[in-house]
Structures are given as C-alpha cells and as structure tokens.
Ligand binder design. Structure first.
Ligand SMILES: [Zn+2]
Length: 92
C-alpha cells in the first residue's frame, strides 16, 4: 500500500495517466480511501484528467462540445461588443 507522501510525490512529478497501470490503480485506490490526502489528491487527479481531455481535443483539431459556447451565447457576445465597443471584456 502506498503512503500519502508517495502518492503526492507521484502526482506532483508526472501526470498519473503516464504511469504504468499497476501504479495508477494503486494511486486511485489510495486516493479513494485516504482521509488525509484523498480530497486534495483527488482534485489533482481531476485537474490532470481535465488537462488531458482538453489537450486531446486541441491536438485533434476537433473541439469538444463542452469547450464551445452555444451559438446563442456567442451571438449575444458579438452583439454586445458591436453595440458597446468602448466596454472592456471585464464589463461584459
Ligand atoms: Zn493519503
């Protein structure tokens, strides 16, 4: 069984999906059950998963549906910029 320090060092040094399957399973089990480092390291793993998801779509040039604004939202932004060109993006 891995210790908290080993899990944290592994997650800090490399993206966990690049680790061998056996090591990934060990990390996931530890993070799932550990009351000490679990919440923080689950967050780190989710961030790495999200990064991997976006990178995979960026490299394939096919935007993920969850990366795109709905057409209506895009049009609202365009209309707002056209009607208020002096406003900065922070005012939108
Ligand atoms: Zn732990």
């Amino acid at each position: 069984m891995l210790r908290c320090k080993q899990v944290s060092e592994a997650l800090a040094s490399v993206n966990y999906w690049e680790l061998p399957l056996r090591k990934r399973i060990g990390l996931r089990l530890h993070v799932f059950f550990c009351m000490v480092c679990g919440p923080f390291n689950r967050f780190i793993m989710q961030m790495q998963d999200t990064t991997r998801h976006y990178l995979s779509h960026e490299q394939s040039d096919t935007p993920s549906p969850d990366m795109c604004l709905p057409k209506e939202a895009r049009q609202r932004i365009v209309d707002r910029i056209k009607h208020n060109p002096d406003q900065t993006a922070s005012n939108l």
